[in-house]
Design a protein around this ligand. Structure first.
Ligand code: ADP
Length: 307
């Protein structure tokens, strides 16, 4: 198994439910509060780690109590903490998530905090990790100039870069041209390419946009419809597993972590997508984000049962 890395965000999710969402100026008495680890980078790393990957998390925390939410979770899960960076100036990131308990509608404010302040020097400090990793997985939730430095470093050392283009923000062609694989969801794919992926044909058109920029593998997740994959002149929609979904938040994170874990084991892209689909299908049947990520034995059993 090859080593891999996730370079990305950590935020503490602060979730409150209330009978309705407050309008400006209003205070609403809530019915429930829950705090836990979050951030796309962290969620994806937890998914990959629980799936059995030898994966290193690189993120940046503040020197505050919220940092312990990350550190305690990593201890519980036995994840290596050697490449966690700390800011003396900026607090650990947070996401305020308000949920209407009747409609499930939500309002979210993300303050990425420390993980949005990763410096050039800090990126230089992780060169040894990038050098020994076969893949590094990025998202768009940290300061983009840090991502750009990581991509250059990865290319220098033959480490392949996977970019989960979430949450979508415009990114440069020069950045995209240095990326090996992109994994947008359908909304992000449409924002980037202008093409709504409705079927195999429109998928191919969207994929062309990315291939023309120099990207080798295009993976577009389509929720319960599955995943569009384009690689080496072959394009396919691999269906999702049919399950009873109860909470699809973090489905994309589950999928990306699973993809990374499978690729690290040397599975080809088609097999890796099937594995990632299984991981995500298990996670959407459970509440929560990191707690919903399955252990490796559960993924193997699921795949066996759905053969
Ligand atoms: P995001 O969470 O980024 O919007 P998607 O909704 O595309 O991502 O979901 C990512 C992947 O999770 C899908 O490609 C699929 O493998 C899996 N998935 C999502 N929703 C379901 C569902 N209802 N049933 C089974 N698998 C699902």
């Amino acid at each position: 198994m090859n080593k891999v890395a996730v370079f990305g965000s950590f935020v503490v999710d602060l979730m409150a439910r209330s009978p309705h969402l407050p309008v400006p100026g209003e205070t609403v008495k809530g019915s429930m509060f829950k705090m836990g680890p979050g951030g796309k980078g962290f969620n994806q790393c937890v998914a990959a780690h629980k799936a059995g990957a030898d994966v290193v998390m690189i993120t940046k925390l503040g020197r505050d109590n919220f940092a312990n939410v990350a550190l305690d979770t990593m201890d519980e899960l036995n994840m290596p903490k050697d490449h966690i960076l700390f800011s003396d100036m900026t607090e650990t990131g947070i996401a305020l998530i308000l949920v209407d308990e009747n409609t499930s509608q939500n309002e979210i404010i993300i303050v990425p905090g420390a993980c949005n302040t990763i410096t050039e020097e800090e990126v230089k400090g992780i060169e040894s990790v990038i050098k020994e990793s076969e893949y590094v997985l990025l998202q768009l939730e940290v300061n983009q100039n840090a991502n750009e430095m990581v991509v250059d470093m990865a290319n220098q050392h033959g480490c392949k870069v996977i970019v989960n283009t979430a949450p979508y923000v415009p990114i440069s062609d020069s950045f995209l041209s240095k990326v090996y694989m992109v994994t947008p969801n359908e909304v992000e794919a449409e924002s980037m390419t202008g093409i709504a992926v409705k079927d195999l044909e429109s998928g191919k058109q969207a994929a062309k946009f990315f291939h023309d920029k120099g990207i080798e593998i295009v993976v577009i997740t389509l929720g319960s419809r599955g995943v569009f994959v384009s690689y080496d002149g072959k394009a396919e929609i691999i269906p999702a597993f049919k399950v009873n979904a109860v909470d699809t938040t973090g489905a994309g994170d589950a999928f990306n972590g699973g993809l990374l874990a499978a690729l690290a084991e040397g599975k080809d892209i088609w097999e890796a997508v099937r594995f990632a689909n299984a991981l995500a299908a298990i996670s959407v049947q459970r509440l929560g984000t990191t707690p919903s990520m399955p252990e490796r034995w559960e993924i193997d059993a699921f795949l066996e049962a759905h053969n």
